[in-house]
Design a protein around this ligand. Sequence first.
Ligand code: UDP
Length: 238
Amino acid sequence: MTEPKYKRILLKLSGEALMGDGDYGISPAVIRRLASEIREIVELGVQVALVVGGGNIFRGAGLAAEGMDRVTGDHMGMLATVINGLALQDSLEREGVYTRVMSAIKINEVCEDYIRRRAIRHLEKGRVVVLAAGTGNPFFTTDSAASLRAIEVDADIMLKATKVDGVYSADPMLDSSAVRYDRLTYDEVLERRLMVMDATAIVLCRDQNMPIMVFDVTQPGCLMNAVTGKAIGTVVER
Ligand code: UDP
């Protein structure tokens, strides 16, 4: 049996990754496929912590642009990530994967609170931990939450799921001369303002030396390829 290169990963799934071809909400087919791919790596013995976004439902900045109070908008965005987390939990458990949703804001009727040591214990027992509600604070993103949690739970790498197969010098959809990088340093990402994650998230990973792999989550087998160390996507490291 293939040996995983990474024993514990933090997977960042944006809300968009759950949306499929639609422009809002959750695609049942997409979430089923993701759950099945996650099951495969769990069966390989990989411990999986998952940070889920909420952009498929609400984003605080978008709501603020339409006139809503920003903090209220961010609270709505964080609650949106809990909705996505519950949907992922449901799909994963249908696949037979034990899953716990842990929220950074207390919603005890629907999920556990995020308590670092308890999250690590779930991981050690082979349960997937879905970390919802971002950092629990407005003005942050779930990318920053992903960096923070990856470091807190001592993940070997953060896998940042996107719809492109890595980081490019320019938008490959708009510029045919754009080149894809196999490897970048954190400072290159920051200096060239490459669209990997927001600066807060990158700086946190840089300062704590947490490697990031940016890869195309729409490709079947992507998670297995990522955890077994296949050369996919772009790796950002020191
Ligand atoms: N959010 C927040 N604090 C956090 C993480 C998220 O306030 O620590 C809010 C913010 O409004 C954000 C929304 O939740 O727009 C959804 O998260 P994000 O935009 O990161 O989701 P993604 O783009 O990954 O789907």
